[in-house]
Design a protein around this ligand. Sequence first.
Ligand code: BTN
Length: 263
Amino acid sequence: MKQQILRNLPGDFPWQNQIYWYDTVGSTNTEAKRMAAEGAPHGTVLIADRQTAGRGRMGRSFRSPGGQGVYLSVLLRPQCPPERLMHLTCAAAVAMCDAVEEAAGFRPGIKWTNDLVSRGRKLAGILTELVTQPGQTAAIVGIGVNCCQQLPDFDPEIRDFAGSLSMISGTDVDRARVAAAMVKALYRMDETLLSGKDAMLETYRRDCVTLGKEVALLRDGEIRRGYAWGIDGDGALLVSFPDGHTEAVQSGEVSVRGLYGYL
Ligand code: BTN
């Protein structure tokens, strides 16, 4: 599989010698953290066929069966303070839309902040983690993409709202091609992470299916209803509430649901 991924990358691809393939791993994000602590360089990429302890946002697990998805983490060592990286998850989401468009022929939407969706189904999730080391910040961006599943492949609890690239495109999807498109898109994202922030956020706003919707914000067991109308310069969701006030909601704090289902 690693050779197939490399064949789908340009011969002079700058990160090609730091791509690691795992048949099985606990979590590529956890492994990337370990490698970060050992000094692995910027642009280290870990890709797994299967994860036994895949992690999602807010302490949830992320199902990662073999032969069906791409589970990928990239280690970045941005040359800026962490407070300038608030938009990183948004940038990764736009990059992953580009990658899916290249490899599967359609452009998904983004459910704020970090889910790729299409036809009401979640196709991919992103987990960004910052690791502060003396004098430097490392960022790990982990992405899990459902590629080849058909509906019966998903556990019954998620069958109503999970989907795959293959289900949406109606064709077989080549996971090596998806993985290579993801790595290329992440490389381009990294190149323009600071200089291209405004343009990236414009694309994010265009792709974001949460905007213009009534949403339910779940925080610490409390549910509040509001109207999501914008994304600010850090990628926070701008929500107005029935009493007229507006809040910039940071990712990580809350879970957002549409009032009438997953979106
Ligand atoms: C979410 O949907 O809440 C985020 C899911 C992120 C899953 C990816 S798979 C690769 C990387 N390794 C992990 O353990 N998690 C991320």
